[in-house]
Design a protein around this ligand. Structure first.
Ligand code: XIL
Length: 378
């Protein structure tokens, strides 16, 4: 629906990114090798300032992504952002969009019924604005990380429908005009393609998905609205069931703009080499797509073979996006192993991110840079 038009939000930060890109080559020449700075200065040749940086490493993922026509984002851990200066510096400079890892989830924004806690999420939105980044809102309707008052309360289906409507309206209105893309519905499917048994399906029936999109659209007509899930990278029963659902939603004029493919991979499973074929199916429907939560974990300890396989996994995801005309963004689920959700969730696994715990780049980081650099050559 919004695919043909660019929102004011996007236009504003795109302009900011363009300015940054014009400024950066000059800045990096000034602080770069003596040869570059010296020759520019001695000859008085000002052309260097207008020439793209010779050293591609001077560019960030976000800048390389801009040249390739894709936003590069990261999930942000708000405790790390507050406490860890190197983390904050990388989050601010390396990426052109951000996603709150937890602070927009229902349990975080309404732990007590009727009392909203927007502070941490507002802080991230402000951080993004200060750094010319867009924000992916995550997430409105999910079976997980719900407040206790909701899961342990006894509500009739009618009451639950009102509660969900109210939640979506409150949250989307609070951030109105400041969110680029909302993950409206998260993880609605089982791997076999049936709808997941959740408080929402059980009480409201499958129509809760269309309702959620309508309610979100009413609260912020400019935000792009996504359905998001995992294990839908390749062509499989789950992604095919999702395709059938979004086909139906489009036919019913439900305001859905895109499909988010989480991209939580593990090196011990085959990488989804058919991802571009899969994304093409959604592209053909007129939907945008995005990789929303990329990470590639491994059974610990890490070794060189696993670390190379990890680079391949990240590359397969990014290339799938770059090969898809309306794949708009590629977001990693954190950028350093220091704060990864993986060890807490997958026993014995870890090392899933682009940078080590002490912020050293892994081959995966180099692989993404290379893919973006190649895609940006035109
Ligand atoms: C995870 C966070 O990373 C953890 O910090 C939290 O404890 C649990 O949720 N799919 C999603 C994300 O859509 O919201 C999840 O994030 C990871 C899986």
């Amino acid at each position: 629906m919004l695919r043909a038009t660019r929102t004011a939000l996007v236009a504003a930060t795109t302009a900011a990114l363009a300015v940054t890109a014009l400024v950066l080559p000059a800045a990096s020449a000034a602080s770069g090798s003596t040869a570059t700075a010296g020759s520019t200065g001695a000859s008085g040749d000002t052309r260097a300032a207008a020439t793209p940086a010779k050293d591609p490493a001077a560019r960030t993922l976000g800048e390389l992504g801009r040249r390739a026509g894709v936003r590069i984002g990261t999930a942000v851990d708000m405790s790390a952002l507050a406490a860890d200066a190197p983390y904050r510096e990388k989050a601010a400079t390396e990426f052109s969009s951000v996603t709150p890892e937890n602070v927009m989830k229902w349990e975080a924004v309404e732990a007590v019924r009727g009392t909203h806690t927007w502070g941490p999420a507002d802080d991230l939105v402000d951080f993004a604005r200060d750094n010319h980044q867009l924000v992916r809102g995550h997430t409105l309707v999910w079976h997980s990380q719900l407040p206790g008052w909701l899961t342990s309360g006894s509500f009739t289906p009618g009451e639950l429908r009102d509660i969900l409507h109210r939640h979506i309206t409150d949250e989307v209105k609070h951030f109105k005009g400041r969110i680029w893309q909302w993950d409206v519905v998260n993880e609605a499917f089982n791997d076999d393609g049936t709808l997941r048994d959740s408080i929402w399906l059980r009480n409201l029936g499958p129509g809760y998905i269309a309702d959620a999109f309508h309610w979100a659209h009413e609260a912020d007509p400019e935000a792009e609205l996504y359905i998001n899930d995992y294990n839908i990278e390749g062509v499989n029963p789950k992604s095919t069931a999702l395709l059938a659902l979004v086909t139906e939603l489009k036919a019913q004029h439900v305001p859905i703009d895109g499909v988010g493919v989480q991209g939580h991979l593990a090196v011990q499973y085959p990488a989804p080499h058919d991802i571009a074929d899969n994304l093409a199916r959604f592209d053909a429907l007129g939907l945008d797509t995005a990789i929303t939560e990329a990470d590639v974990r491994m059974v610990m300890p890490a070794d060189a073979t696993k670390t190379e396989a990890q680079a391949e996994g990240y590359g397969v995801l990014l290339q799938g996006c770059l090969l898809t005309e309306h794949c708009t963004d590629f977001t990693v689920w954190g950028f350093t192993d220091k704060y990864s959700w993986v060890p807490n969730t997958f026993s014995g696994e870890g090392s899933a991110n682009l940078l080590t715990e002490d912020y050293r780049p892994k081959p995966a980081y180099t692989a993404l840079r290379q893919d973006l650099t190649l895609a940006g050559r035109h």
